[in-house]
Design a protein around this ligand. Structure first.
Ligand code: BDR
Ligand code: CA
Length: 354
């Protein structure tokens, strides 16, 4: 008898590593991918939606998997570059570092993620459109229709969509078995001096999700940076030869070159972390993660220097009954790579022209 597939929903801000996460989630036979929600994050939601559709079209999954456009702005924060403009308010932050007033502003700096996440992925324009319903509406409708504890929610962008859905109709919690989050960082940060990008981009939303009371598995930067993928791994993936494998290999090469230019450790390895794809792997194979601590974990929403910082209660000062997540500090890069290659190789067997 065929083993039951794991029902998942993916929430993305595509994004190069999001694109790799989508390819692997869509091709992994053990997943039943109910739909993909998009959100503003790496770039604006109209672009993350188009990029998501491009990836699905390229993998031949555009009819099968619905894409639902989500929030264009974070709940409260105005840190994302286009937010202040959309709201007609003056941005008081250094958009490159995320430092807020009253810290000194450096003229001409901005949040420049263009090397890591271009506006458009280098793929043909999508032939399909996103579905009619908005992401939040679709999430509520879909989750209310699912059995209790049956869906794994994989969130690899800012948490805006899920936070809105949880606030609008908390009954959706019942269907959510687990929330796997690529986000946060304890010893590693990557956007402001204190914060990882997904928590920084919508801190209040991430905190709402962390307080949801559901089972949460955090895949933070500490774990993703230890599961880096190298340029020579990209060659092995390219050798699989299918269109999705060549796409993944190309994206790894471009991510690696952006990291090699900006990150000392990655320069040494000629490599990059593929954050979002590791979260997809962990949703199926939690054993890819190690040094996983059950702990109290929250996001700073006080709006100062630490806005968006992940606070892990390392000294166990908070109640043990309120532990709200499993936080991974490390991951096994060989396991991760092996899984990704297996998914892409299995897909090759099913493609008529390979
Ligand atoms: C996260 O931020 C984004 O830039 C990536 O897509 C990933 O989800 C890493 O901090
Ligand atoms: Ca992402």
């Amino acid at each position: 008898m065929e083993a039951q597939k794991k029902k998942i929903i993916l929430d993305v801000d595509t994004g190069t590593d999001d694109a790799i996460a989508i390819v692997l989630a869509a091709l992994e036979e053990r997943f039943d991918l109910l739909g993909i929600c998009t959100v503003s994050g790496n770039i604006e939601v109209k672009l993350t939606t188009e990029n998501t559709l491009r990836v699905l079209t390229f993998c031949g999954k555009q009819e099968e998997i619905g894409v639902y456009k989500g929030s264009d702005l974070p709940l409260v924060s105005t840190l994302l570059p286009w937010t202040a403009q959309a709201l007609g308010i003056r941005s008081e932050i250094d958009l490159r570092t995320g430092k807020r007033w009253p810290l000194p502003r450096r003229e001409g700096t901005r949040l420049d993620k263009s090397e890591e996440h271009p506006e458009y992925l280098p793929l043909p324009p999508s032939k399909t459109r996103e579905r009619e319903e908005s992401a939040v509406y679709w999430l509520i409708k879909t989750l209310l229709a699912q059995e209790e504890n049956s869906v794994t929610f994989i969130q690899v962008g800012p948490a805006t969509n899920l936070a809105l859905a949880l606030r609008a109709d908390p009954r959706i919690k019942k269907a959510i078995k687990e929330i796997v989050i690529m986000g946060g960082g304890d010893r590693v940060t990557n956007t402001s001096p204190a914060a990882e990008f997904n928590t920084w981009a919508d801190p209040e939303a991430m905190e709402i999700v962390l307080q949801s009371g559901r089972d949460i598995l955090m895949v933070p930067l500490d774990a993703t940076h230890s599961a880096y993928v190298t340029l020579s791994d990209a060659e092995k993936i390219a050798a699989i030869g299918t269109a999705p494998a060549l796409l993944v290999a190309g994206l790894i090469r471009s991510l690696a070159s952006s990291y090699i230019n900006s990150h000392e450790e990655m320069r040494q390895y000629q490599a990059a972390p593929i954050h979002d794809a590791l979260a997809v792997c962990a949703a199926l194979h939690p054993q890819v993660l190690s040094e996983v601590v059950h702990c109290n974990c929250h996001v700073d929403i006080s709006g100062g220097w630490a806005y968006g910082q992940t606070i892990v209660d390392k000294r166990k000062l908070l109640d043990s009954e309120t532990k709200n997540c499993r936080f991974a500090r490390k991951a096994d890069r060989n396991f991760f790579l092996k899984w990704a290659m297996e998914v892409l190789s299995k897909d090759r067997e099913k493609r008529p022209h390979n």
